[in-house]
Design a protein. Structure first.
Length: 561
């Protein structure tokens, strides 16, 4: 059994991003397109130069020199945003190369270990392939993975990643327009929209928090600084263009107004959606670091937690008290993630909203989830997640579980509602939950509890620092007692080895440590049972009720009849 990592509190979001629609007219759309294409062309040239420089310290990336060159064709603030975007893109591309190399090495190592075992045999915990045909196909895949690894290592050694501005997937779609149900004109429109550059970094102390793209909080008017070659299109001083539309920012407007009125930096991005034919303005800013309580502090404060088990198609949840005992009934939140990306994201947000409402209803301090990633499983693929039709269905199910997106959405939405998100190690939660908690949950609840609800209880107990197993020696719940349960409240205390109970005599007073009296405690013997003949069988009539006094106490009690 592998070691289980301790639970931890998920960090609060480091920033915020809101969006509002720009209802531009024909003139505004023409100007925005010209500005975006002009700046995008120079930003791509700067990115090419940054990739050529390679992986060097910050002081050697020649950003000041590149910014000075870009200032002559745009402005100093546009140049700063372009060089910053180039640096971020390069660093992200290098991190992606490192991650891809690690994944390829894991896959190669897994296949190599299985190829070392003869077909149909098992050596230790490594099983060989089923037959020679499958082994041959894996040898071919091993060669392909090694070729990909060689290319990745070459890019890393040269410190020159391959970057496609606009997206590599969209670039490959150009050769498969029929499969994507696109025409050449529709693809060209999407390609040009993805390569526009209309990003302005915020500046603290600047008028309305951003000088390049300014939004007036009084009337919502939007103005942008025009690059040097396009300043003949200006309709507002000095060398600015004012859009005919306004923005409101309904979502989180109070936070945005607080930053704007205090002249704190806010970044703006103008993007175009070619599918809908719309323009949007995004506002983003960095949030102050929030010190969240640790799981130990939450447990000490005695707060309830809502435990959630993420599954394909639904969320299984259970509320737990501070001692790790289930409270209420099992909860199931449906989550059908089908259709386009916008629909899937909306349904995921709706599921997270339902969890937050449930946490509020049960007076919970936070929400406990598993720290899932499926990174290793996705990279090794068939080697660890089965083969054939059944394995393919399982891999498709795992790929459809939005682990990272669910965690990010829950972290952001729960933080704004004052809830804490605790992540735990996912090891053995489903297995131990079904083993130790599914039957007790069905005994006490009116709703049928599935193994996913039992896993949610295991997740919550691990987040609270409790053991997943129930305490040893705890008796099962008695159906005659009703809703009262003994789980987690009592424990058997074994006697020290070598000790015996004190001797009891007939005159020894009862100590109250037994629930049923011994026959030796009776002073008056019961009459012999009467045998009745003539019946199909022989039966004994129990004696009638007698007044019997407890030995040595003189207190009568009624004998059961």
């Amino acid at each position: 059994m592998r070691a289980i990592a301790p639970p931890f509190t998920v960090a609060a979001p480091s920033g915020a991003r809101i969006r509002d629609r720009l209802r531009v007219d024909g003139a505004d759309e023409k100007v925005l397109t010209l500005v975006g294409q002009h700046l995008g062309r120079h930003q791509r040239a700067d990115l090419t130069e940054r990739v050529t420089i390679g992986l060097v310290p910050v002081k050697d990336n020649r950003r000041a020199e590149r910014k000075k060159k870009l200032t002559g064709v745009s402005s100093s603030r546009w140049a700063g945003a372009m060089t910053r975007a180039s640096e971020d893109q390069y660093q992200l591309s290098m991190r992606c190369l490192y991650d891809e190399r690690a994944g390829l090495r894991r896959a190669i190592g897994k296949i190599t270990r299985r190829l070392a075992v003869p077909c149909g045999q098992q050596k230790g915990r490594v099983r060989g392939y089923r037959d020679r045909g499958e082994r041959f196909q894996k040898q071919r895949r091993l060669q392909a993975l090694r070729a990909r690894l060689a290319v990745v290592e070459q890019h890393i050694a040269e410190e020159r990643p391959s970057v496609v501005v606009g997206g590599r997937r969209l670039a490959k779609t150009r050769h498969h327009l029929a499969d994507a149900y696109l025409t050449a004109g529709e693809w060209r429109e999407r390609w040009e929209a993805a390569r526009l550059f209309l990003t302005a970094d915020g500046e603290s102390g600047a008028p309305h928090e951003n000088y390049t793209i300014t939004v007036d909080p009084a009337d919502g008017s939007v103005t942008i600084v025009l690059p040097e070659p396009l300043r003949h299109l200006a309709n507002a001083p000095p060398d600015r263009y004012r859009l005919a539309c306004t923005v409101t920012f309904h979502h989180r407007r109070e936070e945005w107004l607080d930053r704007v009125t205090a002249h704190r930096a806010v970044r703006y991005d103008i993007v175009r959606d070619p599918v809908r034919g719309r323009w949007y303005l995004d506002a983003s800013w960095s949030a102050a670091k929030t010190l969240l309580p640790s799981p130990q502090e939450i447990r000490t404060a005695g707060g309830r937690m809502l435990a959630v088990d993420l599954n394909a198609g639904h969320l299984a949840a259970y509320a737990l008290d501070p001692y790790g005992n289930p409270v209420g009934e099992p909860i199931t939140v449906p989550m059908e993630l089908t259709g386009p990306a916008s629909r899937r994201d909306g349904r995921l947000r709706a599921a997270v909203t339902s969890l937050i409402k449930l946490a509020r209803t049960h007076h919970c301090t936070g929400i406990v989830i598993e720290n899932l990633g499926f990174t290793d499983a996705r990279q090794t693929g068939r080697e660890t997640m089965g083969r054939g039709r059944r394995g393919k269905a399982f891999r498709r199910t795992v790929a459809g579980i939005p682990t990272a997106r669910f965690r990010d959405r829950l972290r952001g939405m729960a933080c704004h509602q004052g809830l804490v998100v605790v992540a735990v190690d996912p090891a053995y939660t489903s297995r131990w939950g079904a083993q130790h908690w599914q039957t007790p949950l069905n005994d006490q609840s009116k709703t049928i509890a599935t193994r996913h609800h039992a896993a949610a209880v295991a997740i919550g107990r691990r987040g609270l620092g409790q053991r997943i197993r129930r305490r040893p020696g705890v008796t099962a719940p008695d159906r005659r007692i009703g809703q009262r349960r003994a789980t987690g409240q009592t424990a058997s205390v074994p006697r020290p080895r070598g000790t015996t109970s004190p001797p009891r005599t007939t005159g020894t007073p009862h100590q109250g440590d037994k629930t049923r009296r011994s026959p030796s405690d009776q002073l008056v013997p019961l009459p012999a049972p009467t045998t009745v003949r003539g019946a199909p069988g022989t039966r004994h009539h129990p004696p009638g009720p007698e007044r019997i006094e407890s030995a040595g106490t003189g207190q009568p009690h009624q004998e059961r009849c």
